[in-house]
Design a protein around this ligand. Sequence first.
Ligand code: ADP
Length: 827
Amino acid sequence: MLFRLGDFYETFGEDAERSAPLLGITLTSRELGKGHRVPMAGVPYHAFESYVGKLLKAGLRVALCDQVEDAVAARGLVRREVVRVLTPGTVVEDAYLEGGGTNYAVAVCLRSHNHGIAALDCSTGELALLRVEPSDDALRDELARLRPAELVASEADRPRLHSLAGATPISWVDPQDFDARAAVDRLLTLLGVETLAAFGCDEWPEALAAAQALLQHAERSHLRLEPGLLRLHAEHPRAFMHLDPPTRRSLGLAPDRSASTDDLTGLIVRDATTAMGARQLRRWLDQPLRSRERLEERLARVGVLVDDPLLRGQLQAALRGLPDLERIAARTGQGLATPRDLLALLKGLQAVPGIKTLADRRPELASPPRPPALGEMQSALESALVEEVPATFRDGGVFRSGFDAELDGIRSGSRTARDWIGALEQGERQRTGIRSLKVGFNQVFGYYIEISHANREAIPPEYVRKQTLVNGERYITPELKENETLVLNARSAMVAREQALFSELCRRITAAGKDLLDTAAWLGELDATAALAAVATRHRWVRPSLRDEPGIEIIGGRHPLVEVALGPGRFVANDLRLNPDCALVLLSGPNMAGKSTYLRQAGMIVVLAQAGSFVPAERAIIGLCDRIFTRVGAHDELARGLSTFMVEMVETAQILAHATPRSLLIFDEVGRGTSTYDGVSIAQAILEYLHDAPRLRSLTLFATHYHELTALAQTLPRLRNFRMEVREEGARVIFLHQVVEGGADRSYGIHVAELAGLPRQVVLRARQVLSDLEGQRPLERPEASAQLSLPLDHPVVAELKQLDLERLSPREALEKLFAWQGQHAAH
Ligand code: ADP
């Protein structure tokens, strides 16, 4: 609770103890009552937003308790009231939000048939209702996508939700708040409709119940829910591709709220020219579609702007710098808009007709529904606002003269008095002959006439002395006070009138809020489309062909991020074919050969295609996927040991439980976090299961450096072997990054050891040992079973297998080698 005390917001007691370290401010104390000291910490009023922002980031809720009567008039204790409650998920000010991102408060309703989710971004008015299957996993996946700033949940669900929520702050509310029937009534009023049927959520009691709890919570946070400023949409789980958090992470879908340049989201969002466009792109990427029809529409629109770079450039230039109309609409609705917000809105509205004209050049761009005209709102703002509005209302001056007769009257009424005071100094100097006479103003006495002691003799008799200073004295005259009253009254009357006019203007804008939001949505889509076209052109991406039947065919596919990182001409493009007859691709090859790059690029191409984007390939045919799963084995985490392996297995179990024939499965080195024998066995068992389980038959990419697994192709007809091509030049191995048919026959582990900087001596010796070992083993290709069971019973081999190479220091390796050589010589 922040109490306004003069120029500060103060916190007391526990609040002070908690917030002082968070805000980096000093904790003091103050005596309240006899001998009773209370901890206290305060922040300056003029900068409170940055402090409140920190408290919200820490997951706290902040109540602002302001002085609600004039401090001078009250003459004693000033009445204070909570005027605002700020929570991480219900703020609308730019100071607390990231541009171009979403900020959801999310309510979840756990029921046995389905879980319901309601997500409200009150900074844009978006209200999404979802229904998900009643599993913790499904819930966790959706929450990971929404990245809520705040959760609202029933007290009754506390034990279950606690673990699901992670670090997100939760407001626990009464189970009674989850009331589907009340939600329907409220939504009908808010949306101004007769039925919710058109939204497709009227049969979703769990989601509606969540909506009710969420809206109640928003109201308790003093949020105004205005008709027209809420846009409801129901999200049918089947309409979207399902992605779980590890998959999102490995496909580079913004791991956190701010995308960086080395994830897929960042690569694309960078080309948006407006916050609305950036938000739209994130939504598209976060929720790839499964409907071919809708995707073809998006792709066609992107295609238009790829083919017409001139128009794209013109559109992007016209869109650039447009204000965030969604957020301005939200602030206007909350009564928190500033004069500058409305000026920005006006500038935005003035740009819209030009953008529409540009878009009209291509009929494909004008749809979906061309936004309504906002001419009336624009002319209202044009006639109201001055060219350069002040940041605040303190001194008025927001409205044009000629806009409001009353305001003009107040202004001109005070003008005579202001002119009189303005001329006073000059006039009195002449009349009294005192050259140093000054007219000034201060908060305590108002206007005064100041005369130095030296001129005391010449002071006119009607001057009334008010204050004595070191060098002189301050006087007033009755006439000066009369004019002063006129000026000051006029000023407060003017500010009051301007405030009333401003509220009225905001009310008119809010009344047309739906049209404003529709326009903002249209602009956001246009901007997002232009951004996708720009990315496609810059990186030579192509339009994918979409199919309803499962199957993926990529010719000349590239990894969008690695390609950019390597620079022009250095990335080696690769093909991929996956279909029901060739459903499993087993990709073998040494470490560092490019296996994960190839796997991820396939996943990214599919996500891009289903987000409605062009894709990094020469040609791509994509059968729409219902889910992508990626699992990356314990690559960099070997040292973390068994627990990582456990996670890997738990996640694999999930895939096997949820995948369908329409899913794309990507396994990168799964089974690696354990010993070689275990790893190979688990990998083989998983592959066999994926191949044979009739319910699965999912398209699968499986990368491994266990070349022993390649023998599986002999028994699994739908499995194909591919390998990352390497060329050997003498003892050196060169990675070609080319995927070719056939399995790898060796591991090249020693080569990787060399790359890692093991001493030359060790590498040479290892080669020698290897060739000795191979000399004892028949070189012809052994049978599959023989290869998998590694029938080398030499004790050195057994020992070699036992070695933990990740932990072995070069010195220990060398000592081992010497030891073996010693034993060998002895034999
Ligand atoms: P692996 O998974 O086989 O260990 P990575 O996929 O991590 O190998 O690739 C290792 C490095 O090789 C990458 O960081 C990248 O620089 C390079 N690379 C991978 N694929 C290609 C490619 N197709 N063309 C060019 N360089 C590539």
